[in-house]
Ligand binder design. Structure first.
Ligand code: AMP
Ligand code: GLY
Length: 431
């Protein structure tokens, strides 16, 4: 098989790394890729938004199919474009990608299909939104969300009226996220523990991945602003069999069947961001791709052939594929540039990468890195994801941080509590 992967982050490095383990894969190309991906696949300097260049590349290099990593090209219709060219691709069409690219579409869709989610209202103008926030009906904390894509930054959990109106101001009036702020949602604030549940689907058959838990806030104990994700872990008891059955029945199945019945079948990877609350599972959001860093703890637990899974998905033959996962624990600690998620410097030399990977149970996935004269330099906010897989969570946490301690770059910062929530698993089991 010859496979083209689209994207350049830690998620795409993990996808390429896993595909490279398949004996059936002869070539992997990545557009545009990053320095880590370049060690195991061929990076091609083609941007994810350049659909014509991607098509040319597929034809020129006789690729069998394309795996799309990030949301932006999906929301912009890359899959529709490739389908029209007769090229196999793993990912949803532009219409189906609305499950991530429009929160208004998704909340209304969930209402139509009785998928449990927070109570909400949609506002096309700032004035009525502020009027609601000032009214006695508004209960704080409250959540304000931009309708469209905002790189994980379009959601504000506001503690009081001032923070909430500030969010409306930034999203709708200052247009911090451009057209994504043409409409906004104000919704009830849910409390509980979060979980990321990701499935592979060809529109009929659904193959679940093992569940994971992201750590979105920048500092320990979930303090500070949200980021793209500062780390993740995956163990079997994040959901457990009963809860998983509920999620499949109340969330995943109704969504896949609902999309089909509305003439918008979903093919690809569906990610449900869940809140496990005292009134049951509630959906916070959907993404139409692998999570990042969740991908970095999910794929290391896949025992079966990932290239075979992708191939079966692209050809609508998922029912013939049997996925097997190990029952180990995986932990990924993200190493970020000083200042991230705010402004940060680039071009800092990274040392210790080889040493960190000496243990074969550790993998270092690159996100924002570049190679200059054989040296790895920082080149983004999230720089590396250090993943360890072990028989249980405490050992995986220990091994991940041992590896982290071997890596250095100026300004490097990371959370020291990745996976700690899973150690208090008694609390989760009781949910
Ligand atoms: P989203 O992009 O919609 O997943 O939101 C990003 C983060 O905001 C989530 O991971 C939650 O931590 C938080 N969040 C979103 N919606 C809610 C809600 N209704 N109640 C509480 N927290 C929320
Ligand atoms: N880790 C959250 C996301 O990928 O959206």
């Amino acid at each position: 098989m010859r496979i083209l992967v689209i994207g350049s982050g830690g998620r795409e490095h993990t996808i390429v790394w896993k595909l490279a383990q398949s004996p059936r894969v002869r070539a992997i190309l990545c557009a545009p890729g990053n320095a880590g991906i370049g060690q195991i696949a061929r990076n091609v300097p083609v941007q994810v938004s350049d659909f014509a260049a991607i098509t040319d590349l597929v034809r020129r290099e006789r690729m069998d199919f394309v795996v799309v990593g990030p949301e932006a090209p999906l929301a912009a219709g890359l899959v529709d474009h490739l389908h029209a060219e007769g090229i196999g691709v793993l990912g949803p069409t532009r219409m189906a990608a609305q499950l991530e690219s429009s929160k208004v579409f998704t909340k209304d869709f969930m209402t139509r299909h009785k998928v449990p989610t927070a109570h909400y209202a949609t506002y096309p103008d700032p004035k009525p939104a502020i009027a609601f926030l000032e009214s006695s009906e508004a209960e704080y904390p409250i959540v304000v969300k931009a309708d469209g894509l905002a790189a994980g930054k379009g959601v504000v959990v506001a503690r009081d009226l001032r923070e909430a109106s500030d969010a409306v101001q930034r999203i709708m009036i200052e247009k911090e996220f451009g057209g994504s702020g043409d409409r906004l949602i104000i919704e009830e604030c849910l409390t509980g523990v979060e979980a990321s549940y990701i499935v592979f689907t060809d529109g009929d058959t659904i193959i679940p991945a093992v569940a994971a838990r992201d750590h979105k806030a920048v500092f320990d104990n979930d303090a500070g602003p949200n980021t793209g994700g500062m780390g993740a872990y995956s163990t079997d008891d994040i959901l457990g069999p009963d809860l998983e059955r509920n999620v499949m029945k109340q969330v995943i199945r109704p969504v896949i069947d609902g999309m089909k019945s509305e003439g918008c079948p979903f093919q690809g990877i569906l990610y449900a961001g869940l809140m496990l609350t005292s009134r049951g599972v509630q959906v916070l959001e959907f993404n139409v791709r692998m999570g990042d860093p969740e991908c970095q703890v999910i794929l290391p637990r896949l025992k079966s052939d990932f290239a075979g899974l992708c191939e079966a998905l692209c050809h609508g033959r998922l029912k013939d594929y049997k996925a097997e996962w190990n029952n180990e624990a995986a932990v990924c600690v993200v190493l970020a540039s000083g200042g991230y998620p705010g402004p940060y410097a680039k071009g800092k030399a990274i040392t210790g990468l080889k040493m960190a990977e000496e243990n074969r149970r550790v993998a270092v996935f690159h996100a924002g890195t570049r190679l200059e004269e054989d040296k790895f330099l920082t080149d983004g906010g999230r720089v590396l994801g250090v993943t360890a897989t072990e028989k249980d969570l405490p050992s995986a946490i220990m091994l991940a941080y041992e590896a982290v301690n071997k890596i250095h770059f100026d300004g490097m910062h990371y959370r020291r509590d990745i996976g700690a929530k899973g150690l208090a698993s008694a609390a989760q089991t009781s949910l």
